[in-house]
Design a binder for this molecule. Structure first.
Ligand code: ADP
Length: 806
């Protein structure tokens, strides 16, 4: 507003001519004159505009000047306007008083002196102008003050924004940044020159830019609050997660004036969240399969995507070698390279850093930042140097996979392209990862071991060899089916007992066994085991394992018997054959001699030797032949009705022909004996063998008795001698082929060991029984029971059939 504003002057008079006169006088002053003819019109005018002064006629019909002045003075907006009364009234004092008390400032009396009026009005106008100017100045001053105040408060806001730990920015309606707080510059490391309208483009992570741009567009269109999570690049080049928010600031009309934005660092929280979800994902992967190699590969893949660029998992094999189980890289092309590199540069077992060192020490290793200085100073060994330069590594950590009682391996995490630097919290995460992976590996191994054990248990149950597991307290923990079968000892009787109480005779066996270490083949020992009346030959090998000893054994009894038999045949048969042959040979040679004249008696004697020894040879050969025929089943019993007494008598008589002098032979039989059903020739052979043995094994002489007695459905032949006797342990075995108590013939009594075998087989063929009783010292009694002949020809016929079927 300028000073050229014209002043308004209100002229009030009910007479137009008076008004014209006033206008005429005042016109030269150049002010705007507003003339009205009534008090009411004057009041109306005063409501519309402001006036520098009012010239008021005192005498008006409806509302006189005094009343109007009072009204004007009463209104606040108009009370300061100077009022000049124009009056023709006398200058009496009470009039003047009334006028002044009504608010008049001056009087002009009629007739009006134009000069006086003009100068008075000029004074009032000047006063008004001064006032107006003052007022304007005051207003201006107020505005200036206001501006200064605003500036101050804006500064205060700015200071506040700068003091905030968050990033704060403002943007215009179109989203162009207009202000960034100090934290922005500190965090991003940019300068105010770079803080353009789109400065954020340069610092938002490229991967997050599309999302942020789309959200921003949406927000600018809708005017809604903007909220998004993104990564901002810090001055060190690393990215940190921020929560970005922008709120629209609206004016009184509700239109958006500008935007205020904030970016809060939520990196740590985000990391914890990410870590939590990563650990959950790892847990998921680990729980999915029991093939831990696949599982660890999945874990490595997860880790390489989430917390590192490169991840590898190594394990310590049972022989102590370290193998790479899994390797993963965010860039799949590098995986092969990483693997090859590993092969080209096998980890140095003595290296100070790296996988073997971590495994050896069981302690993690963290290199937050691999610097050129470190490389130059040789802090890292050659392999790492190579890895680092080839793969562009920035940060590295390696954590041991700790099992319950040993280190199972290690997980290596490496950052390269992402530029990420591992810190203490990353190491904690890696350790958590390792802890879970180790548990998974151990579980998988335990499961596999359990599977193997279950498998092994099934195999153990099924295999033909006896297996016994004895724990450290000498108790039997496993006794498989074959062990039961071989020994005849049921599992229930053995398990849980000490081995010596469970397996009779174990104490004599154990010292003979050499216990091999686990994984090595034990040397098998052939040992005898006496179980009640049975003697077993076992081939036992023993292997120690961490909780005790495993014994595996095989029944050699039969093989052993065959082997012994083979040896015995060679020993006894050859001896038995050689003796008569030698005698025959000697006699024949003597007979053929020309140089000496043999006496007739000697000649006879020699011929007798030849005959006798030939008989003996023939008998041996006969026995061999008979035994083999019995084996092959080619011999048949021709069962007929036989008189037991007659047969016994015949054999006793035959034996008496060559009875040694010191032996007596007696036959005792009741008068009447039932007939037996037998092959008479074979029955004679049985009795002959038994009587011959009784005589033969009574080297000191004595009485041999053949006792016949009826026994139920049988007739019993009992041949008793007072000779060497047979120990109980051998009483069953002497009936085996070639079995002799004294194969070395230390007692000088020869034999083939076939006699009793032949007896047993012949007796068996007529459904008879043969056994021996002896206390092992004072003689023996051999019993033979032969079924009585039954009158029924049918029964007879049936027996015949049965026999021939054998
Ligand atoms: P051998 O030709 O050796 O006599 P046997 O089969 O007839 O063969 O007898 C087997 C073994 O039984 C003999 O070697 C002997 O040790 C023992 N034996 C047999 N009969 C008697 C007996 N009456 N008294 C003692 N030992 C006997």
């Amino acid at each position: 507003m300028s000073g050229a504003v014209r002043a308004n002057i209100l002229l009030v008079d009910d007479h137009d001519e008076n008004l014209l006169a006033l206008e005429g006088i005042l016109e030269p002053l150049g002010h705007r004159l507003v003339s009205v003819t009534s008090g009411t019109a004057a009041l109306k005018q005063l409501l519309l505009e402001d006036f520098a002064c009012i010239l008021l006629d005192v005498q008006m019909p409806d509302l006189d000047g005094y009343e109007l002045a009072e009204l004007i003075k009463r209104r606040e907006r108009s009370q300061h306007i100077p009022i000049v009364f124009v009056t023709a009234l006398s200058q009496e004092e009470h009039h003047l008083y009334r006028g002044y008390s009504a608010g008049a400032v001056d009087y002009i009396f009629k007739p009006i002196d134009p000069n006086i009026l003009r100068s008075k009005v000029a004074v009032f106008v000047e006063l008004w102008e001064k006032n107006t100017q003052l007022q304007r100045q005051a207003e201006q001053l107020h505005e200036q003050e206001l501006a200064a105040f605003e500036q101050a408060s804006e500064e205060r806001y700015r200071q506040l924004a700068d003091a905030m730990p968050q990033i704060v920015w403002t943007a215009d309606v179109d989203g162009n940044a207009t202000y960034f707080n100090r934290r922005w510059f500190e965090y991003t490391g940019t300068t105010p020159d770079e803080a353009g309208a789109h400065a954020w483009h340069a610092v938002v992570h490229p991967d997050d830019l599309p999302t942020v741009a789309a959200r921003r567009e949406q927000t600018l269109n809708s005017g809604e609050t903007f909220e998004v999570e993104y990564r901002f690049r810090g001055s060190d080049g690393g990215y940190r997660w921020h929560l970005g928010r922008a709120v629209p600031m609206r004016n009184a009309e509700g239109d958006i004036d500008f935007w205020i934005g904030t970016a809060t660092d939520i990196h740590d929280r985000k990391l914890i969240e990410d870590q939590r979800s990563f650990i959950l994902a790892v847990g998921d992967a680990l729980s999915q399969g029991l093939d831990y190699r696949d599982t660890l590969q999945r874990v490595a893949d997860l880790a390489a995507g989430e917390i590192a660029d490169w991840c590898s998992v190594h394990s310590v094999e049972t022989d102590g070698t370290i193998v790479q189980l899994a390797v993963s890289h965010t860039d799949p092309a590098r995986v092969t390279f990483a693997r090859e590199l590993q092969e080209r540069y096998p980890d140095e077992p003595d290296a100070l850093t790296g996988v073997p060192a971590v495994i050896r020490r069981g302690e993690p290793e963290l290199i937050p930042e691999i610097t050129d200085e470190m490389l130059r100073a040789g802090t890292l060994d050659e392999l790492h140097f190579e890895l680092i330069s080839q793969l562009g590594l920035r940060s590295y950590m390696c954590v041991p996979l700790k099992g319950r009682d040993r280190v199972l391996g290690a997980i290596t995490l490496v950052s390269s392209d992402s530029g990420r630097r591992f810190g203490a919290e990353d190491l904690l995460l890696a350790e958590e990862l390792a802890r879970r992976a180790a548990t998974a590996i151990e579980n998988a191994r335990l499961f596999r071991a359990a599977e193997e054990r279950a498998q092994a248990a099934r195999v153990l149950a099924a295999i033909g060899d006896g297996v016994m597991l004895v724990d450290r307290t000498d108790r039997v923990r496993l006794w498989n089916r074959a062990a039961e079968r071989i020994t005849g000892l049921p599992e229930a009787q053995v398990i849980g007992r000490t081995v010596t109480s469970a397996v009779p005779g174990w104490e004599t066996i154990e010292p003979r066994l050499s216990v091999a270490r686990a994984g090595q083949a034990g040397r098998a020992e052939s040992v005898p085991l006496e179980l009640g009346s049975r003697e077993l030959w076992l081939s036992i090998s023993a292997v120690g394992y961490e909780d005790g000893t495993v014994y595996a054994f095989r029944d050699l009894t039969e093989e052993r018997a065959l082997e012994t038999m083979r040896q015995d045949i060679v020993a006894t048969v050859s001896h038995e054959l050689r003796t008569p042959l030698a005698a025959i040979y000697g006699a024949a040679l003597t007979l053929r001699r020309d140089d000496i004249e043999l006496e007739a008696q000697l000649h006879e004697k020699l011929l007798e030797v030849i005959t006798e020894e030939s008989d003996r040879l023939a008998a041996i050969v006969n026995d061999l032949l008979l035994a083999s025929q019995l084996d092959t089943g080619t011999i048949k019993a021709n069962i007929e009705r036989c008189d037991p007494h007659e047969i016994a008598q015949l054999e006793v008589d035959a034996a008496r022909t060559h009875l040694p002098e010191n032996v007596e032979l007696a036959l005792e039989a009741p008068k009447a004996l039932p007939a037996v059903a037998a092959d008479s020739g074979q029955l004679r052979q049985v009795l002959s063998n038994l009587i011959d043995n009784a005589i033969k094994y009574s080297p000191l002489g004595g009485t041999v008795t053949v006792l016949l007695s009826p026994n139920g459905r049988n007739v019993r032949f009992s041949i008793t001698d007072s000779g060497l006797g047979i120990p109980p342990a051998d009483q069953r075995r002497i009936f085996e082929k070639f079995y002799r108590l004294d194969p070395g013939m230390s007692r000088g009594i020869g034999g083939t060991g076939l006699g009793l075998y032949i007896c047993r087989e012949l007796v068996r063929r007529v459904d008879g029984r043969i056994w021996v009783e002896s206390d092992g010292a004072s003689g023996s009694t051999f019993h033979v029971e032969i079924p009585q002949e039954r009158a029924s020809p049918h029964a007879n016929g049936r027996r015949q059939e049965t026999v021939s079927a054998i």
